[in-house]
Design a protein around this ligand. Structure first.
Ligand SMILES: [Cu+2]
Length: 379
């Protein structure tokens, strides 16, 4: 039988797109869109101003030079001024890049820790990340990787969260699993400072977390995102569970072996690369393995910053897709379902046929750019 699997893209093919980039820039210039104001991303970030009102009882800031930064709010994106051309290049963002090893991001959902109070401490780090054997990006991260760590809690748990900023710009944390006043909890914290808040997830599901500092597009698009998985009170059926966070890469030409994220390119919505868990095609090269008869559960979270994911498994069908909080909101017998940017859904299949099954963003432009992998069902 012919092998009809989509092939993994070649990094070299994807990274050299001078024609399309030039075409984009000239088109953008002709249309007079967006390009002028983009620059002040860093001005908006770097010049904190006093915020009216204090922190609510649920959250606090410590150690920051400027404890009350402007509320991270995407509306501020429109307030960008003329000037610089922002990229993710910051003082530490290329340090040690040459010796940085490539590692596969483990997609396995970590087990629930005991206890109903979950203390989570993340650090902001502006560091290089090797996303392909031959490609290093200047990233803004939670805990030094793209995506940040997978958080696993249960509905109704008390999540005591602290973010400490070891970067050079203000950053923040927005948990989509929280219902909390964003103006206080999700506010930006200055370099050297921390912000803490407590929330209790009201719904089960697969949720995004991300930096919400203005411009959100730049922070989210430079690597500051991850997944928080919330279990329902009654556990779902036993399964092999995997978390896939889809994201896009909009990169400058590499300088000294490190490519910075480019805000102008992010506005184009035409990424160079896409990926599940921060490395294009990593699960094509090192597949995910399960055994025949396993129930397989994918928690698919889409960080974007802009594109959605039509999640599909070639040669399989989902027996259940939870559109919202499980165990409700289930649909059955599904071929493909779209998870929008900023969303998350749970996809289940029963691996009763052995073989190699490609999972992919069936919006195939993005699949071809790296949002693709292989599930191997062993006998
Ligand atoms: Cu940030």
């Amino acid at each position: 039988m012919p092998d009809n699997r989509p092939s993994a893209p070649l990094p070299s093919d994807l990274m050299s797109r001078p024609t399309s980039r030039r075409a984009f820039l000239s088109r953008a210039t002709a249309l007079g869109i967006a390009i002028p104001g983009i620059g002040a991303a860093f001005e908006a970030c770097a010049k904190p101003e006093p915020m009216a009102g204090g922190a609510a009882g649920q959250s606090s800031a410590t150690g920051a030079t400027h404890p009350h930064l402007p509320n991270p709010d995407s509306r501020l994106d429109s307030a960008l001024k003329h000037g610089k051309h922002p990229s993710s290049e910051t003082p530490g963002s290329a340090e040690g890049a040459a010796k940085l090893p490539f590692h596969r991001y483990d997609p396995v959902l970590p087990p629930l820790s005991p206890g109903r109070v979950k203390q989570i401490h993340m650090t902001v780090r502006e560091v290089p990340v090797r996303i392909l054997p031959d490609t290093v990006v200047a990233a803004w991260t939670f805990d030094g990787d793209i995506p940040g760590p997978i958080v696993h809690v249960r509905q109704g748990d008390t999540v005591e969260f602290t973010l400490t900023n070891h970067g050079t710009l203000p950053h923040s944390m927005d948990f989509h699993a929280a219902q909390i006043n964003p103006k206080t909890a999700f506010r930006s914290v200055a370099p050297g400072g921390s912000v803490s808040y407590t929330f209790s997830p009201k719904y089960a599901g697969a949720f995004l977390y991300h930096c919400g500092t203005s411009p959100v597009l730049m922070h989210l698009g430079s690597g500051m995102f991850g997944a928080i998985i919330v279990d329902p009170p009654t556990p779902l059926a036993p399964a092999k569970e995997f978390v896939l966070v889809q994201s896009e890469f909009y990169l400058n030409e590499a300088k000294n072996g490190v490519a910075a994220f480019d805000y102008n390119r992010m506005l184009s919505s035409e990424p160079d690369l896409t990926a599940f868990n921060g490395r294009p095609s990593q699960y094509s090269n090192a597949p995910i393995h399960v055994k025949r008869g396993d129930r397989v559960r994918f928690y698919v979270v889409v960080a974007g910053p802009t594109q959605s994911c039509g999640f599909h498994v070639v040669g399989e069908q989902f027996d259940t897709v939870y559109l919202g909080s499980p165990p409700g909101n289930a649909i059955h017998g599904v071929q493909t379902f779209s998870v929008t940017a900023g969303g998350g859904m749970i996809f289940e299949l029963v691996a009763d046929v052995p073989g190699e099954f490609v999972f992919v963003n069936h919006s195939f432009g993005h699949g071809q750019k790296g949002a693709i992998g292989t599930l191997v069902v062993d006998e």
